[in-house]
Design a protein around this ligand. Structure first.
Ligand code: ADP
Ligand code: MG
Length: 259
């Protein structure tokens, strides 16, 4: 691992996420304009905004999945640096990501998919199939599956799972990473309302219990109110609202979502 310069690490910050003056464009279209954003350790933050407002783009920037034009991002006190693969890996070490659809590897077992969560910290081809994984990692994966209520599904093929079960497996895979920050982009948008609530309850309970900071996007204002402490709203490339979730009932929803 390369040595960090002093400016790559923020020491003793109480913020797990610190974004300053972040700008991002696609071709000539400016999507994010000088975004400033701070999230403290242990918070749960909902990001809202109309379709195309840049929520997923902001998340891609936070994960180091797209080049940023301007600005700085620190996660868990480490500065995002996309110019060096080792530094990027180090930056991503404490962040787990939940996609809208689970992104599990088809045809593999549930347990193999959960074990994949440890591939970042242990890049070992033996971890691709559960049968070859070291027993310590297998038992940790079983424990993560237990936490999402699916221990008995370990040997099942992921193709046989329902949408809600698949998303639970994705959460177990994320927990394998022992993350400090869980980022989820519309994690329940493809689930029915009842299962969506179950999955959000699970996400909230597990992150709260394990001291993991949760940052998620949603179109469901009830979810924002119920599962987040704070709500941030993106519009026209800037953060237009930054409020406590209990203040959401004061938001002029029609105006915020108007084009
Ligand atoms: N890879 C891309 N190339 C070009 N334009 C993109 C790309 N990804 C997103 N956009 C555009 O950026 C804007 C923001 O998109 P996105 O971040 O997906 O918004 P949201 O997640 O809030 O719906 C949209 O206008 C979208 O069309
Ligand atoms: Mg999106």
């Amino acid at each position: 691992m390369e040595k960090f310069t002093k400016s790559s690490i923020l020491r003793d910050s109480h913020e797990i996420l610190k974004v300053t003056n972040l700008s991002k464009s696609y071709k000539n279209k400016k999507v994010l304009r000088e975004i400033n954003l701070n999230v403290s350790y242990g918070e749960s933050v909902a990001l809202i905004g109309s379709n195309g407002s840049g929520k997923s783009t902001l998340i891609k920037c936070l994960l180091g999945l797209t080049n940023i034009e301007k600005g700085e991002i620190y996660t868990n006190q480490i500065r995002l640096n996309m110019k060096n693969n080792n530094l990027l890996k180090f930056y991503r070490r404490d962040i787990a990501f939940i996609w809208q659809t689970h992104n599990l590897v088809p045809r593999l077992s549930v347990l193999s998919n959960v074990i994949h969560g440890s591939l970042n910290s242990h890049p070992n081809p033996r971890l691709w199939y559960q049968a070859f994984a070291p027993s310590e990692i297998r038992s940790r994966a079983l424990n993560c599956l237990d936490q999402v209520g699916l221990k008995n599904f370990a040997k099942n093929n992921v193709n046989t799972l329902s949408g809600g079960e698949s998303q639970r497996v994705a959460i177990a895979r994320a927990l394998m990473q022992k993350p400090k920050l869980m980022i989820a982009d519309e994690p329940v948008a493809s689930l029915d309302p009842k299962v969506g609530i179950e999955v959000m309850n699970l996400l909230k309970d597990l992150t709260l219990k394990q001291g993991i900071t949760l940052f998620f996007t949603t179109h469901d204002l009830k979810h924002a109110e119920h599962y987040a402490n704070r709500v941030i709203g993106l519009k026209d490339g800037v953060i237009k609202i930054n409020i406590k979730s209990k203040e959401l009932n004061e938001l002029d929803v029609d105006e915020f979502y108007a084009a």
